[in-house]
Design a binder for this molecule. Structure first.
Ligand SMILES: Cc1cc2nc3c(=O)[nH]c(=O)nc-3n(C[C@H](O)[C@H](O)[C@H](O)COP(=O)(O)O)c2cc1C
Length: 209
């Protein structure tokens, strides 16, 4: 299945067979999580792999729909906001990182013939307690992982014209404030000092003193 077909056939699977998921497939899916990009490459996330066998009753406290526990595994992506990248205006990108990680796994699972369904409407408190999560982790999304027990699906999407805006010739005018200019100059100075430091070190190595 190429990428475009994967995107076409991925859908929210809300019925699973109890068939086991091959360990190699699980490993390949987790490897795709590892390769996901994160802001500033902080990789501040955890993937919790939950085996449902023998745990179904307690796991239903996390999310009540019966299909949540039908598959052999549930994956939970947690962010670690204290370690993720924060923009200068204080916007923390931990949710974005976690979403990319989840999507990498979801698409990998689809490519391997497995079903998934994003779940965000879970009970956070129950999740923290049942999965014994570290306080620094924030559960962002779950998905069951197993063989789908559905044969049809329907993609309900708005037309592309509603979602995409093409722009270019008619851009807004923007004047940089003095404060911003100062910030940029400071950053440039910092990075040029960094370069001087590197040059100094190379010179030291070459000259031997
Ligand atoms: C961030 C996110 C959270 C979601 N949470 C839930 C959820 O809690 N329960 C559920 O049944 N589906 C959930 N979904 C699935 C969406 O309802 C589904 O992706 C959407 O209706 C489009 O359908 P499709 O996935 O079959 O293409 C979630 C999807 C996303 C992306």
């Amino acid at each position: 299945m190429d990428y475009f077909e994967v995107v076409q056939v991925r859908h929210s699977v809300r019925s699973y067979k109890p068939d086991p998921v091959e360990p190699e497939k699980l490993q390949r899916i987790l490897e795709c999580a590892r390769l996901a990009p994160t802001a500033a490459n902080r990789q501040a996330y955890k993937v919790v792999v939950v085996a449902t066998e023998g745990n179904k009753e307690v796991l239903q406290h996390i999310y009540r729909n019966p299909w949540f526990v039908q598959a052999p595994y549930i994956l939970c992506v947690c962010s670690v906001p204290g370690k993720s990248w924060v923009r200068s205006d204080k916007k923390n990108y931990s949710d974005v990182d976690a979403a990319i990680v989840m999507d990498h796994m979801v698409l990998a699972a689809t490519a391997l013939g497995l079903g998934t369904c994003w779940v965000a409407a879970f009970d956070v408190e129950a999740t923290r307690t049942i999965l014994k999560l570290d306080d620094a982790w924030e559960p962002i999304a779950f998905t069951p992982l197993g063989y789908p027990n559905d044969s049809t699906f329907k993609k309900v999407r708005k037309p592309l014209e509603e979602m995409v805006v093409y722009t270019g010739p008619d851009l807004g005018d923007y004047k940089m404030t003095a404060g911003k200019q100062f910030q940029i100059q400071k950053q440039q100075l910092k990075s040029s000092l960094g370069r001087v430091e590197v040059v100094r070190k190379i010179h030291k190595i070459i000259s031997g003193n």
